[in-house]
Write a protein that binds this ligand. Structure first.
Ligand SMILES: N[C@@H](CCC(=O)N[C@@H](CS)C(=O)NCC(=O)O)C(=O)O
Length: 333
């Protein structure tokens, strides 16, 4: 059999469906391996215990969707998801991170907060492991998974105190992305970028779990349909936005929202990590937000700041005013 990629993941896992959509858009042949316990593949390879895990045709095994997306960029130049213009590429990285690290709070909150969502998530997860699991074991695994995830809610900031901020932010993302995709097919043009896939991963799950699904269908049907298109975009042949033109207003609105939610959180998180504080606390959207510091997001912040600092001066001349106007620059420079 010809060597091909194998993506080990789960249908209910946002980063797994993100990677699957990337591989499909990029027309990179792969097998979707989505039963059992894909985390074991990571552990056996000595990787962090997170999914998805991608096995390359030459036998290499890697995880972390952002690193994987860039590894695929190096090995497959066609149908890149990184905008050609370095300023747009930076904004795409920034919005991908917003998707991966902030929209994920919405995904986790809705999935494990409301009873209907918790019940559905348990069934979706155990049937992904084994659709024919005997009843007693199935009940025990559902309960165990539920308890583990509910027990993690506070660690990722999904608390009663933060709930109105997370839910308000979900509505802003739906409204703004809904307006965007009515005028431009994807975030940076008529072809999808890494940012689109970062949003896609989390929003695809939010479009299935019952409570946020109803909210999305009522409030932003165009986002729901956009997700269905992006799920398999292998037929899309598009173009990037013209970098000499001003950014579309809907894209600046998304950046502004990132600059008033995720980025102040990221900066406060970095400060808390630096001084060894036990809590990150700040005001977001006019309300007090608090959670314990999160090491991985310290790395995300550092990576965004380094990438910005590495851009050539002429690019910064074009990019900085956009980051300034949207309230992002002070958290990144
Ligand atoms: N930054 C990673 C995050 C991956 C991640 O957090 N995956 C979740 C599932 S969606 C996971 O494996 N969590 C660990 C666990 O549930 O034990 C990426 O982009 O791939």
């Amino acid at each position: 059999m010809a060597a091909h990629y194998v993506l080990h993941g789960f249908n209910p896992s946002p980063y797994s469906v993100k990677m699957r959509a990337i591989l499909r858009y990029r027309r990179i042949p792969f097998v979707w391996h989505a039963l059992g316990n894909p985390r074991d593949v990571a552990v056996a390879a000595g990787l962090p215990p997170v999914i998805p895990v991608l096995k390359f045709p030459d036998g290499r095994v890697m995880n972390d969707s952002t690193l994987l997306a860039y590894a695929l960029e190096r090995e497959h130049p066609e149908r890149s998801i990184v905008p050609d213009d370095p300023a747009h590429a930076y904004l795409s990285d920034l919005l991908e991170d917003f998707g991966d690290e902030w929209i994920t709070k919405m995904m986790f909150h809705y999935r494990w907060y409301y009873a209907a969502d918790r019940a559905f998530a348990q069934d979706w997860i155990v049937t992904s492991r084994d659709p024919l699991m005997p009843a007693a074991r199935r009940q025990a695994e559902k309960q165990a998974f539920n308890d583990r995830q509910v027990g993690r809610m506070a660690i990722v900031g999904c608390t009663e105190q933060n709930r109105p901020i997370i839910e308000d932010s979900y509505r802003v993302v739906l409204d703004t992305l809904g307006r965007h995709v009515r005028t431009i097919p994807f975030l940076f043009g008529s072809r999808p970028s890494l940012a689109d896939f970062g949003f896609y991963g989390q929003l695809q799950i939010l479009s299935v779990d019952p409570t946020p699904m109803m909210e999305m269908r009522d409030r932003a049907p165009d986002v729901y349909c956009w997700l269905l298109r992006l799920d398999d975009a292998s037929g899309i042949d598009g173009a990037w936005l013209d970098p000499s033109m001003p950014l579309p207003e809907t894209l600046t609105a998304l950046l502004r929202h990132c600059g008033e939610t995720y980025l102040p959180f990221l900066a406060a998180n970095t400060r808390a990590l630096q001084v060894g504080a036990s809590e990150v606390s700040l005001d977001i959207l006019g309300r007090p937000y608090a959670q314990a510091p999160f090491r991985y997001q310290g790395k995300c912040h550092d990576a965004l700041a380094r990438k910005l600092a590495a851009l050539p001066v002429d690019m910064r001349r074009r990019l900085d005013p956009v980051l300034e106007e949207t309230g992002c620059l002070r958290y990144l420079a």
